[in-house]
Design a protein around this ligand. Structure first.
Ligand SMILES: O=CC(=O)O
Length: 326
């Protein structure tokens, strides 16, 4: 009997995905059975000779790793929609196919983005802190006032499935207008939410709430910088649930501490975890979450199942349910 393809799973992924791999009877699975990342040296050792790799976003899949894996490696399947941790040119050069997990997480990410936006704009974290620590003296007319969505303009930086899902959820809050910017207009997506395509400058100038929804690429690295913040309204709220690398954090700190913008909600930072002594934590108008946008049981299980099915399909030489076109 021919030996089964060898697969390395670099993290204890949720059970649905592991079950699919184990019950397929088509692969030999080796698992880094931990919630914490596999040490790099261990990963380099473990991937040697593997046919497939199922990874998460903390693993850098670069030339060094692909060299360590060697020529057997045919498929890399990441349990994430983001793929900035993958060296796509290196994968392409070696003819390695790549699976990822779009769509299954759209609802969870959009929901969390709305929660983060409201927590930031209505100052919920500050408010619970005040209530718990004796800051709640009496009812005061302007105490803990924030900004409301009704009659606002919401800007989306990078309109894809997630941006559309966020807009759909915000619409019932009586948002007046949605605007977006992207490399090119996306009429097929914008139509459903009646979003207007504008320049980056106009996005900055008009947005009362600006949600970053673009992928991190060399083109989007650091695009949320002082140039952008300096054009935004003093009352604007900035929300990022995409990748920390899209933001220049020094410039964001400056914009928040000087009152150039009103607040920021971040689910993603550079680095992750953000060290507890980072200056952004000292700001009351900055809400920081530890990269949890897709973290619902349903969604994380669906992501692991899709990552497993991508891997199996790729190893069989069939089209993957969700394959990244390299
Ligand atoms: O950030 C999460 C993902 O890319 O899935």
């Amino acid at each position: 009997m021919a030996t089964l393809p060898r697969v390395y799973v670099s993290r204890k992924v949720p059970p649905q995905g592991l079950d699919i791999l184990r019950k397929s009877g088509r692969v030999q699975v080796e698992l880094w059975d931990s919630d914490d990342p596999v040490p790099r040296q261990e990963l380099l050792k473990k991937v040697k000779g593997c046919d497939g790799l199922l990874c998460v976003l903390t693993e850098k899949i670069d030339a060094e790793l692909l060299d360590a894996a060697g020529p057997n490696l045919k498929v890399v399947s990441t349990m994430s929609v983001g793929f900035d941790h993958l060296s796509l040119d290196q994968l392409k050069k070696r003819g390695i196919r790549v699976g990822y997990t779009p769509e299954v997480l759209t609802d969870a990410v959009a929901e969390l983005t709305v929660a983060l936006l409201l927590s930031t704009s209505r100052r919920l974290i500050e408010a619970t802190h005040e209530a718990k620590t004796g800051g709640w003296g009496t009812w005061r007319t302007l105490w803990l006032c924030g900004y409301e969505l009704a009659n606002s303009t919401v800007g989306i930086l990078g309109l894809g499935r997630i941006g559309v899902a966020i807009a759909e959820r915000l619409k019932p809050f009586k948002v007046k207008k949605f605007i977006y910017t992207d490399v090119v207009p996306r009429p097929e997506l914008a139509e459903g939410i009646q979003a207007e395509f504008v320049s980056m400058d106009e996005l900055a100038r008009q947005s009362d709430f600006l949600a970053v929804c673009c992928a991190l690429t060399p083109d989007t690295q650091g695009i949320c910088n002082k140039k952008l913040f300096s054009k935004m309204k003093e009352t604007a709220i900035f929300i990022n649930t995409s990748r920390g690398g899209v933001v220049n954090q020094e410039d964001l700190y400056e914009a928040l501490s000087s009152g150039q913008i009103a607040g920021a909600g971040l689910d993603v930072t550079t680095p992750e975890p953000l060290p507890t002594n980072h200056p952004l934590y000292t700001l009351k108008n900055c809400v920081i979450l530890p990269h949890i946008a897709s973290a619902s049981y349903t969604t994380r299980n669906a992501m692991s199942a899709l990552a497993a099915n991508n891997l199996l399909a790729g190893l069989r030489g069939e089209p993957m349910p969700k394959e990244l076109q390299l």
